[in-house]
Design a protein around this ligand. Structure first.
Ligand code: NAD
Length: 503
């Protein structure tokens, strides 16, 4: 599974060391080196797994120019149906190389194979098909008006691509979140320059091969590797040849990108951080609520933007729920991605582990009751060097503590009791983020009431992470600007032009 041969995207240049891949930029349909190389280590055991070509200003400029050129080439004149066929071919190409994508995603992130197989790769392919279908079927608008001179004018709207879209991606669900933006951008006829996270360079690089094999014209899909400030991320977002920027990542980074986008007044779509609440009423289906809350707290080692880090439990259920949550957390066994019994992988990097462990220490210092975890698991052999932390549940802290307010982005949750519906709505909303919430109740009227009152972009009732890709997705408050998904993506990736004809 974790073989050491370079995947095709990285071959053609000898590895610096056996087992270490060379990952390059993908510009104008070709793999290219960059200004310098940076190292990518495995989150599992901290071994060096790849050297990645960092794009400097010159490579970013070449990628943007390639995208601009593509926009005036054959890509521009394709009929929607032809574009749709190409995107279907891309989706089929991902599925055709499923194992290569799976291997690359797992190598970069260390996440369980079962998880990447179930969510990461299939959703990556599906994102091309769903948005191909959206553009194929989206209706237009048309208005007829009587003019002052008594004749008639008709107005109709046509959609045109915005141009070159800069796509800045995070590391937690690399292929899924990148294609979530590249899919609609290409479906709408744009060209893209993607900047994957420095932690997860591989699947974006590999997608270049699929684009070429599918016959997507060169320059339509470009990848520049590197970091944020003073690297590919900053060079891309400040590049005047980029017409729009779509971003997923931390709120602070989103704010920096928004600032960069003011130069030239370019539109941004920002999907940012969260501090999501789960609200569990005493009348819930207990088993379903436990199963859903264990997943929302710990899946992908808690590195899911929509994941839960605050659990509010109606007081009569509190002790029983905490006990069951503890049991669920302790069942998530850490281990190698390919082991069937592995429930949880490592965090993405040593840096991120240091951040999460600093919250673990802070919680202890603040006097939290540790229900489970709050440390580092005993791992065997080389895994001792990996970015592992324990799944953690705390009680005993209030809404004002940093543990309840700040996004930790690890497998941890603070559990707190509540006494009334009004109280829990107020407390769940008393946070600067507003991404998602999960409400567990069998009272239908209450479910509607609470869902309507929580200040978030997505409210789940008796479920979590259930996504219909036709629906609007995005964050309220500090969690985002704009909505993507279904036809909502078209608002960002196209310019709606009105044509007014006097008859
Ligand atoms: P991050 O903000 O650190 O990095 C995201 C990307 O931005 C990376 O590619 C990084 O290199 C780049 N970047 C950093 N600084 C930049 C700059 N100044 N200019 C241009 N690019 C820059 O986020 P991360 O650590 O990769 O991801 C985790 C975060 O993402 C969490 O906060 C999580 O909540 C959020 N997230 C949100 C959603 C959502 O849909 N709302 C989804 C997934 C993750």
């Amino acid at each position: 599974m974790h073989d050491t041969e370079p995947i095709a995207a990285t071959s053609g240049q000898p590895s610096a060391e056996p087992g270490v891949r060379l990952i390059r930029n993908f510009i104008d349909g070709e793999y290219q080196a960059g200004e310098r190389w940076f190292d990518k280590h495995s989150p599992l055991d901290n071994t060096l797994i790849a050297r990645v070509a960092e794009a400097g200003r010159a490579e970013v400029d070449a990628a943007v120019q390639a995208a601009r050129t593509a926009l005036s080439g054959p890509w521009r004149s394709l009929a929607v149906a032809q574009r749709v066929d190409l995107l279907y071919a891309v989706a089929d190409g991902i599925n055709g190389r499923f194992d290569d994508f799976l291997e690359a995603e797992v190598a970069d992130t260390g996440k369980p194979v079962s998880l990447a197989r179930h969510i990461g790769i299939p959703r990556g392919a599906a994102n091309f098909k769903i948005f191909a279908d959206v553009v194929k079927h989206v209706p237009g608008e048309c208005f007829e008006m009587v003019t002052p001179d008594g004749t008639v004018a008709i107005n109709y709207a046509i959609r045109r691509p915005v141009g070159v879209v800069g796509v800045i991606c995070p590391w937690n669900l690399p292929l899924l979140l990148m294609t979530w933006k590249v899919g609609p951008a290409l479906a709408c006829g744009n060209a893209v320059v993607v900047k994957p996270s420095e932690e997860t360079p591989q699947t974006a690089a590999l997608l270049g091969e699929v684009m070429n094999a599918a016959g997507v014209p060169r320059g339509v899909y470009n990848v520049v590797q590197g970091f944020g400030p003073d690297s590919a991320g900053e060079f891309l977002t400040t590049h005047p040849g980029v017409n729009a920027i779509t971003f997923t990542g931390e709120t602070g980074t989103g704010a920096a990108i928004m600032k960069a986008a003011t130069n030239g007044a370019r539109p941004v779509s920002l999907e940012m951080g969260g501090k999501n609440a789960a609200i569990v009423f005493a009348d819930c289906d207990f088993d379903a609520a436990i199963e859903g809350t264990v997943r929302s707290c710990f899946v992908n080692a808690g590195q899911v933007c929509l994941g839960t880090e605050r659990v509010y439990i109606e007081r009569p259920l509190f002790e029983r729920f905490v006990a069951a949550l503890k049991e669920g957390a302790e069942r998530m066994r850490p281990g190698r991605p390919e082991d069937i019994g592995t429930g949880i992988g490592p965090l993405i990097s040593q840096d991120h582990r240091n951040k999460v462990l600093s919250y673990y220490r802070e919680a202890a210092e603040l006097g939290a009751t540790v229900v489970t975890g709050c440390g580092v698991p005993e791992m065997a052999g080389g895994l001792r060097e990996g970015a592992w932390v324990q799944s953690t549940i705390w009680t005993g802290l209030g809404d004002d503590s940093p543990i309840a307010r700040e996004e930790i982005f690890g497998p941890c949750s603070l559990v707190m009791p509540f006494d009334s519906e009004a109280e829990v709505i107020r407390r769940a909303n008393a946070n600067e983020y507003g991404l998602a919430t999960a409400i567990w109740t069998t009272n239908l009227a209450r479910a509607h009431r609470v869902a309507a009152s929580i200040e978030v972009g997505i409210a789940w009732v008796n479920s979590w992470f259930l996504r219909d890709l036709r629906t609007a997705f995005g964050g309220a408050k500090q969690s985002g600007i704009g909505r993507e998904g279904g036809v909502h993506s078209l608002e960002f990736y196209t310019e709606l032009k009105n044509v007014c004809i006097k008859l």
